[in-house]
Write a protein that binds this ligand. Structure first.
Ligand SMILES: NC(=O)c1ccc[n+]([C@@H]2O[C@H](COP(=O)([O-])OP(=O)(O)OC[C@H]3O[C@@H](n4cnc5c(N)ncnc54)[C@H](OP(=O)(O)O)[C@@H]3O)[C@@H](O)[C@H]2O)c1
Length: 257
């Protein structure tokens, strides 16, 4: 059997790759043989990630591109740059995201917009500008980072804007998947529960929060570094040629109870 997970010769874009799980995804794609463009707002961090991966794989093209996913003009410029460098885009990981935990009665419109613009509109805009290139070649793998909070809610942590955005990502994934299924493009999502990153390390990884999480999570622990990579690689590879519109919750069993 051919190695269904081999990404040699593939090209990818990963948004939100300046910190957290996006860095792991970029490294994993390079491990599997892909050239990777990494996008985020903090260019210095992207550059450091690119240098680290390039040191490991000097033959890979790892391109850091400063891009705010809430700004369509920046996305258009970023996609043009990737096309100029790689000539094609096989894989798009829409991973950039932010969170907010303010109860709805105190949530300012501007704060709501910030989360929805980054977490949901960002997925729309990135997909819009990449999918036309995938359609031309009748091949594409889009993987959206949703969240278990796109399916479940929390009584103790009021992440209302985030719930709305990630729930939107899950259903946007289905809609885009249905429309582009006949064009050789699959669109799937992952739904992580809790992984250590800039987003979570000072809040959900506090001793008290972790105790609460571990008491509910069937596996009794948060995810470890690398434990999202299998799901992302499946959706990014030829292994998922007949799987589309799905969200795989990588959550230690959180969403089954
Ligand atoms: N960690 C978890 O437990 C967990 C669970 C469920 C879902 N997620 C999702 O996983 C994704 C990655 O988060 P993380 O946990 O790895 O947190 P993180 O370390 O804070 O990473 C977030 C990434 O998104 C980028 N980003 C934020 N706003 C952006 C914008 N407007 N334009 C471009 N890039 C932007 C950040 O880079 P810049 O600041 O440099 O722009 C950073 O690279 C998010 O979508 C998050 O919702 C995480």
């Amino acid at each position: 059997m051919n190695n269904l997970f081999d990404l040699t010769g593939k090209t990818a874009i990963v948004s939100g790759a300046s910190s957290g799980i996006g860095v792991e995804f970029a490294e994993m794609l390079a491990d599997q043989g892909a050239d990777v463009a990494i996008l985020a707002r903090r260019y210095d961090k992207l550059k450091a990630v690119a240098e680290k991966i390039t040191a490991k794989y000097p033959e890979r093209r790892i391109i850091p591109i400063e891009c705010d996913v809430t700004k369509e003009n920046q996305i258009i410029a970023a996609v043009q740059k990737v096309m100029a460098e790689f000539g094609k885009i096989d894989i798009l990981l829409n991973n950039a995201g932010i969170v907010d935990s303010v109860p709805i009665e105190a949530l300012e419109e501007e704060a709501w917009d910030r989360v929805l613009d980054t977490d949901l509109k960002g997925v729309f805009l990135m997909s819009k500008h990449v999918i036309r290139h995938m359609k031309e070649r009748k091949y594409g793998r889009i993987v959206n980072t949703a969240s278990m909070l796109g399916l479940t809610a929390s009584a103790s942590i009021p992440t209302h804007s985030y719930n709305a955005a990630k729930g939107g990502v899950i259903h946007l994934t289905r809609g885009v998947a249905a429309t582009y299924a006949k064009h050789g493009i699959t669109v799937n999502a992952i739904g992580p529960s809790l992984f250590k990153s800039e987003m979570t390390e000072n809040t959900l990884f506090s001793e008290q929060a972790l105790k609460m999480y571990n008491a509910v999570c069937p596996m009794g622990r948060p995810g470890n570094p690398g434990e999202l990579n299998g799901a992302v690689l499946y959706f990014a590879s030829d292994a998922c040629s007949y799987t589309t519109g799905q969200t795989l919750f990588v959550d230690g069993g959180w969403t089954i109870i």
